[in-house]
Design a protein around this ligand. Structure first.
Ligand SMILES: C[S@@+](CC[C@H](N)C(=O)[O-])C[C@H]1O[C@@H](n2cnc3c(N)ncnc32)[C@H](O)[C@@H]1O
Length: 243
């Protein structure tokens, strides 16, 4: 895994599809276990940054099992959410969860690629994405697409693992990824999919570099918040008028 190189975008997308097809059924549980239950608070904070209002239309990019979608609907029950992901197995789990929560009337699940969103310009009031950017072939392209489909003045919010800067957290994080995560991978009998988690993070730019991408794309008031000592970062930006 450490030596895996992707030669084309399609190469990475095919690999990532395989990872999520393998873990779809256990994804929610593993998410909670791996984050020690913190992911709920991270999502809550991230959704708050979108300033969503009643009856708005929101896009959840790379929605997976719709955990982020569910949090948005918890905060604003009148929303209409478009939940897009390219992986069929993850979407099936998302559908199941939305059905069980009685939310299917407000969620439209769509199979599609974050790199080429199947929507007209200015379609949504805001857009969000959780834990997906490490997995896409080109972060800049996805952020450009999110900017394109959100109306001027709307918020784009991205929650993703980050590189902790706080002393202590950095060491704990290293220990966790080097020693604990491989054991969890072995227990789940899906070692290679779980090996992708630290590897994708290792390859992912520092949160301050990601911010530069947001600024270069023209997002207004682009900024980021580090949560839990910088284990995750929430990037936020406003779609400008003049694009
Ligand atoms: C770690 S999961 C995150 C799921 C969900 N957003 C959450 O917050 O739990 C990453 C998701 O990104 C999806 N994904 C990765 N690359 C994608 C792409 N190019 N287009 C659409 N979905 C993609 C995967 O299928 C997977 O469901």
């Amino acid at each position: 895994m450490n030596t895996k190189e992707f030669t084309t975008h399609a190469d990475k997308e095919e690999f990532v599809q395989g990872v999520f097809s393998n873990i779809a059924k256990h994804y929610d549980l593993m998410n909670t276990v791996l984050s020690f239950g913190q992911d709920y608070f991270w999502r809550k904070f991230a959704v708050k940054q979108m300033d969503i209002g009643p009856y708005q239309r929101v896009l959840d990019v790379a929605c997976g099992t719709c955990v982020f979608t569910k949090e948005a609907l918890r905060q604003e029950p009148t929303l209409m959410v478009e939940a897009l992901d390219f992986n069929r197995e993850m979407l099936e789990q998302g559908h199941l969860r939305m059905e069980m929560a009685g939310l299917l009337d407000q969620v439209n699940l769509v199979q599609g690629d974050a790199m080429a969103l199947p929507y007209e310009d200015n379609t949504f009031d805001s857009a969000m994405s959780g834990f997906a950017m490490r997995n896409v072939p080109d972060i800049e392209q996805v952020l450009r697409e999110m900017q394109r489909v959100v109306k001027p003045g709307g918020k784009v919010v991205v929650l993703e693992l980050a590189k902790p800067s706080m002393i202590g957290f950095k060491q704990i994080y290293h220990f966790y990824f080097t020693y604990i995560l491989p054991i969890i991978g072995k227990l789940s009998k899906d070692n290679s999919s779980y090996a992708w988690l630290p590897e994708s993070l290792r390859r992912y730019p520092h949160q301050s570099e990601i911010l530069e991408i947001w600024k270069s794309l023209g997002y207004e008031a682009a900024t980021y918040y580090e949560l839990t000592g910088g284990i995750v970062a929430v990037h936020v930006g406003t779609v400008p008028d003049n694009i």
